[in-house]
Design a protein around this ligand. Structure first.
Ligand code: A3P
Length: 285
């Protein structure tokens, strides 16, 4: 990218932050994130940040901040970004999640400029499942607004071929987006969480996340229980039990088997490329 054209965040360097942070009387302050969950949309990003928040050394931003991908936010500069962060104790790590970062080509460079040593978490699931989940989310949003929605098959297939113009398909071409990130960050800075495994059995995935972040092992089996009604694991934190919002874990539409087969075939090569990039495989169809 042309350096001249890249808008700069306000004039503070994150390593040598010059503005004096406001320290609350209880000793907490706002810190720039040392960890960012960059995506992928519908990968299980909410589950991941909620599960990570179970750790006492982690403070999580409640909302998706969209600092690096939305121009109107980015122009406000790093002081604004900092103001979006939760109050935390100095020894705690701050994490924010904005799933759209993964698929936005300008974001890796911007994050790198803020902090080249930042730790990135990327949660992925079977790309076909992710497309169906993406469709389901848009379907419900449109339903709420009384807007027209198309059947999924008509979005997935055009003139008998997979419709490359469907945005949700592009978001599932993980290798393309990963290539952008690897231009700025070494693979060791990006931990890929297996989103399908996080659904099936969250603890082992969260233990790997703890290790990657060099956190003291703390998350344990008592933090999770399976809720049969929801059909997913829910969280237990200091005796308080809670499941994710109803919008997480929705039923997906039925897709004609022939279309599903086409989709699996379509993702075969891109998946292989992704496995080569990250040096590991995933159990995707
Ligand atoms: P579905 O609603 O399609 O099943 P995101 O938070 O990135 O939008 O991802 C949403 C997905 O998180 C859900 O997609 C669901 O499958 C997955 N998920 C993972 N663990 C979950 C949990 N414990 N409870 C609910 N959803 C979970």
């Amino acid at each position: 990218m042309n350096k001249e054209k890249e808008p700069k965040p306000n004039n503070i360097s994150m390593q040598g932050l010059r503005v004096q942070p406001y320290i609350h009387p209880n000793g907490t302050l706002q810190q720039l994130p040392q960890i960012i969950i960059i995506g992928v949309r519908k990968g299980g990003t909410r589950a991941l940040i909620e599960m990570l928040s179970l750790h006492s050394a982690v403070a999580a931003a409640q909302n998706e901040v969209h600092f690096f991908d939305w121009e109107s936010h980015f122009q406000r500069g790093l002081p604004w970004y900092l103001s979006q962060m939760p109050y935390s104790f100095p020894e705690q790590l701050t994490v924010e999640k904005t799933p759209a970062y993964f698929t936005s080509s300008k974001v890796p460079k911007r994050i790198h400029r803020m902090n080249p040593d930042i730790k990135l978490l990327l949660i992925l699931r079977d790309p076909t499942e992710r497309v169906l989940s993406d469709y389901t989310q848009v379907f419900y949003n449109r339903l709420q607004k009384h807007k027209h929605y198309q059947p999924i098959e008509s979005l997935l297939v055009k003139d008998g071929e997979i419709n490359l113009g469907y945005k949700a398909l592009n978001r599932s071409l993980y290798y393309r987006h990963m290539q952008n990130w690897l231009q700025f960050f070494p693979l060791e800075s990006i931990h890929v969480v297996d989103g399908d495994e996080l659904i099936r059995d969250p603890l082992p995935e969260m233990k790997k996340v703890e290790r990657f972040l060099k956190l003291e092992p703390q998350i344990n089996t008592s933090n999770f229980y399976f809720n049969k009604t929801k059909g997913f694991y829910c969280l237990r934190d200091h005796g308080r039990e809670r499941c994710l919002h109803d919008s997480k874990g929705r039923a997906h539409p039925h897709v004609a088997p022939a279309v599903l087969h086409k989709l699996h075939l379509f993702f075969h090569e891109p998946n292989k490329k992704f496995f080569e990039l990250v040096g590991r495989t995933f159990n995707w169809k």
